[in-house]
Design a protein around this ligand. Structure first.
Ligand code: BGC
Length: 884
């Protein structure tokens, strides 16, 4: 057997991440993929070893936990079963697997995870420190904190554990900790939960004198900018504060702790003001060179104030941080009016500008960010600055100000805010800047890419690219609606983009964190906020199409990632929410007005209809969750609720003579088909009304709900061709029209009148993966352990390809029409299988690797459907060919 054919576990992950540090999960879960080129490889057993040292692990000694040989095909979310884990412990682990002939693989490479601080006592008495100052409506200068300390030689390892509210930028010996990370630790309802982060700072320390410093930002903790969502009145609001512990482990097993306490000093410096909506004002003349290094004279600094602890419990940040991921050189700088420069990045992003200036001391450089320009080339912010409250004098909004210190080139970028923009207006410079002096910095929650899609239609590729960029722009520690105007965790937007996010990025731990935000957000009576987190705004409303993000995202995490722990954790809450919602119905129909098919093109779907559909969806989800948790009685109860809702929905909205729901809108028809609402005998006719409507209009005529359900309803009923036609048109309304207008991110509405960076129409990318390239989820077998491969050579497409790194490993579906042949290359990860729909009028026209189907290895013909041959395959790489 060649090396490639031998099985080997690879891609070891713990709680979705590679070698994570700072976990506080008492029973972390371990996952791996198996690399094996041999077809049909199946796992029959595994063994995991967890050791206290790399050397123990290297000698195959699981001194912490040896699972023994476990007969199982499971390779994801294996729950650690050793002794209780203690704070700061690092554990090394590896795994081997057995195949169907009971042959063991070699051991995988070693991986590790490291615990953070699990108990309050572990913080070693560290206190919350900051700078006491009266809160003024305009905000105050950012506190700088510092302390010096001495370390012995032979440092083995060092960690900083820190929670800074809203943000702490930590410095050690003159350098920022965390590289490109910004706005750590992340956004939560601070009265319920705060996050701490763990940084590896081993290489930043030295024997002898050291200095630690931190700059605190206001962020969502101390919002002083007034906007309609009332975060300036949030119950958690307080002056920025920080709790920190630096733990230094020496070679001789001693540990020394440096903690935040009254021995630290505080001052204010160049950051005169920072605001999450407004941006930053920085006066470089007030810089304090050397403040974060040992030997700095801090005699004029004050002792820090000891501040109260936030009421929220402190937990580890489990999701990736926000970080600057791209630096973008502008494509043009224009000067619409003398001295006013407008920078064009060529693409819309979330982030800020990094500037290089060379101007006399006191020169005030102002940067205003926006998404559009007026016909005369000047910055136009009329689509985004509508919801700030203080207009007289106008409140600062998406604006950074830098005041030069003079004396040579100065490089600066803001830290504690972000803007949504393609254009930035720069004023105050005494000369025309060059592109290299004004760079765009794209900042968002940092995800590894999990999927790629490409096809022969450049327009579709641009929609895919724009969707990914809108998704990233709206991943800011929580899923948001838009990076410029609101920056809110609108729940409807989030669930509509969740599948797309999971197919494109390793975003599982991001949603894990946000579901905790949901749990924090829930009221006793089961109500959830329409934005999560909320400082109180939107409380008391009921919007099922938005609120259902709680059950829906939890369920997607199960379907896409096989996560049952989230179901265990959130089931009780989710049930409570569904009980609350069903308690608000009249005869199982939601009687009230609520958010529904938001921002439709022209036809409005009644919100009573869409909300009732969501009650149905939620009840079905609870039923399935209850089954998974072996709660048979509860499963039965919610099955009855679902069925009653379906019947009531049909009684109220269905016209069985015309086969339309309510006004027969595309959204109503497609949601009904998608959710299987119509009586069986009417199903086809309901679907026919949808296709007739689309054929006659020739375009999408929905808001955000229908924009997801229409393509899916079409594809699931054999009309991917029609969905493709609608999506790939370039006239208004549609995704293609946005691209035609120059969009590089998705827009908020079909009319192009609002934000130009919203993700709520973004499921289209998920549809590309699942219905064009054809890597389809099988909802009966979560986490792609079984895959539905269904390439769709529709319209003018001549090829499409998708690669998706699932929890079980890499899946590829790659098809091409060429020279009278249809080629389909597929990779199925080891231990998985797939049903493949091959477009062929007759199965005898299909070969695999040159062999007729009945002689192809690990391939079996299941059945024929009109124009399709359906085959079942096992893991491995396959190359199918169909003669026309
Ligand atoms: C947001 C949306 C959101 C909606 C709901 C808007 O202002 O930007 O994305 O879902 O409000 O009302």
């Amino acid at each position: 057997m060649s090396r490639e054919e031998e099985a080997l576990p690879i891609n070891l992950r713990c709680e979705y991440e590679v070698n994570p540090i700072g976990l506080d999960e008492p029973a972390p879960r371990l996952s791996w993929n198996t690399r094996c080129k041999r077809r049909g490889w199946r796992q029959t057993a595994y063994q995991t070893l967890v050791a206290s040292s790399p050397s123990a692990l290297a000698s195959d000694h699981g001194d912490v936990w040896d699972s023994g040989k476990v007969t199982s095909s499971e390779s994801i979310h294996i729950v650690y079963g050793g002794d209780p884990l203690l704070s700061r412990q690092r554990r090394w682990w590896k795994v081997r697997v057995w195949d169907e002939k009971d042959t063991p693989s070699a051991w995988s490479d070693a991986a590790f995870w490291e615990m953070g601080l699990m108990q309050e006592e572990d913080w070693d008495g560290s206190e919350w420190i900051g700078r006491e100052a009266p809160t003024t409506p305009d905000g105050e200068p950012a506190p700088f904190l510092r302390k010096e300390f001495h370390l012995d030689p032979n440092i083995r390892l060092a960690r900083i554990y820190v929670c800074g509210l809203a943000y702490a930028e930590v410095h050690l010996n003159g350098k920022k900790v965390g590289g490109n990370i910004e706005r750590d630790p992340g956004y939560t309802d601070f009265s319920k939960r705060t996050l701490y982060v763990t940084y590896d700072v081993t290489s930043m320390l030295r024997a002898g004198d050291n200095a630690i410093g931190a700059i605190l930002g206001t962020g969502w903790y101390d919002v002083h900018d007034e906007a309609v969502w009332d975060f300036h009145k949030a119950p958690w609001r307080g002056r920025p504060r920080m709790r920190l512990m630096l733990a230094v482990d020496y070679e001789d097993d001693r540990t020394e702790y440096i903690i935040s306490d009254s021995s630290w000093k505080v001052s204010t410096g160049p950051i005169r003001r920072d605001g999450i909506y407004s941006g930053e004002i920085y006066d470089a003349r007030m810089e304090m060179p050397g403040w974060d290094e040992p030997g700095y004279d801090d005699s004029h600094w004050s002792p820090v104030s000891l501040l109260s602890a936030p009421t929220g419990r402190m937990t580890a940040r489990v999701c990736p941080p926000v970080a600057i991921t791209h630096t973008i050189t502008p494509i043009a700088i224009s000067e619409p009016k003398p001295g006013i420069y407008v920078v064009n990045l060529g693409r819309n992003i979330s982030g800020h500008l990094k500037i290089r200036v060379n101007a006399p001391a006191g020169t005030v450089v102002t940067i205003r960010y926006g998404e559009k320009t007026s016909p005369d080339g000047s910055l136009d912010r009329s689509n985004i600055d509508t919801l700030m409250l203080k207009t007289d004098p106008p409140q600062l909004f998406q604006q950074d100000t830098y005041i030069c210190k003079g004396g040579g080139e100065e490089v600066w970028e803001q830290r504690f805010s972000y803007s949504g923009f393609q254009y930035a207006e720069v004023t105050g410079l005494p000369y025309k800047p060059e592109a290299s002096q004004l760079e765009g910095r794209f900042a968002h929650t940092y995800f590894e890419s999990a999927g790629e899609f490409e096809c022969s239609n450049p327009l579709i590729n641009k929609i895919q690219e724009a969707t990914r960029n809108a998704y990233l722009s709206n991943a800011q520690s929580i899923p948001t609606d838009c990076p410029q105007r609101e920056k809110n965790g609108w729940t409807g937007d989030a669930h509509l983009a969740c599948e797309m996010g999971l197919m494109n990025y390793h975003s599982a731990s991001f949603y894990t964190k946000w579901l905790d935000d949901f749990a924090d957000n829930m009221l006793e009576n089961g109500q959830v906020g329409i934005i999560v987190p909320t400082g109180g705004w939107g409380r008391g409303d009921c919007h099922p199409a938005w609120d259902s993000a709680y059950p829906i995202v939890t369920w997607f995490m199960y379907l896409y990632c096989g996560d049952t722990r989230l179901i265990e954790r959130h089931y009780g809450n989710i049930r409570r929410y569904v009980d609350y919602l069903s308690g608000r119905t009249e005869d199982f129909v939601t009687p009230f007005e609520s958010l529904g098919d938001w921002l439709p093109w022209s036809t409005v779907t009644p919100s009573q209809l869409t909300s009732t559909v969501f009650l149905y969806v939620d009840a079905r989800i609870v039923e399935r969750m209850a089954k998974l948790l072996n709660k048979t009685d509860e499963a039965a109860k919610y099955a009855v609720l679902a069925e009653n809702t379906r019947m009531a929905f049909n009684a109220k909205f269905f016209d069985s003579e015309r086969n339309i729901y309510a006004n027969g809108s595309q959204t109503a028809q497609s949601l009904a088909v998608e959710c299987n609402m119509p009586p069986e005998s009417h199903r086809d006719a309901v679907f026919a009304r949808l296709t007739e409507n689309l054929e006659s209009l020739g375009h999408i005529d929905t808001g955000i709900l229908g924009a997801k359900s229409v393509p899916w309803a079409l594809s699931e009923n054999g009309r991917t061709d029609l969905a493709y036609r609608i999506i790939s048109r370039t006239e208004q309304p549609g995704w293609g029209w946005w691209i035609q207008q120059g969009a590089t991110t998705l827009w908020e509405d079909w009319k192009g009148e609002n934000s130009l960076n919203h993700i709520m129409f973004g499921d289209v990318s998920n549809w590309f993966f699942q219905w064009l390239a054809g890597i389809g989820l099988d909802p009966e077998v979560p986490a792609f352990a079984h895959i539905r491969i269904r390439p769709n050579p529709v319209g003018d497409l001549t090829w499409a390809k998708a690669v998706y790194d699932s929890m079980h490993g890499r899946i590829v579906s790659d098809w091409r029409k060429e020279g009278g042949f249809f080629h389909l290359n597929i990779s199925i990860p080891a231990n998985c299988s797939a049903t493949v729909k091959i477009p062929a009028s007759c199965s005898s026209l299909v070969t695999e690797n040159g062999n007729p189907l009945d002689r192809a290895e690990c391939v079996s013909l299941r059945r024929r459907e009109e124009k399709w041959a359906i085959v079942e395959i096992q893991s491995g790489d396959y190359s199918f060919e169909v003669r026309d």
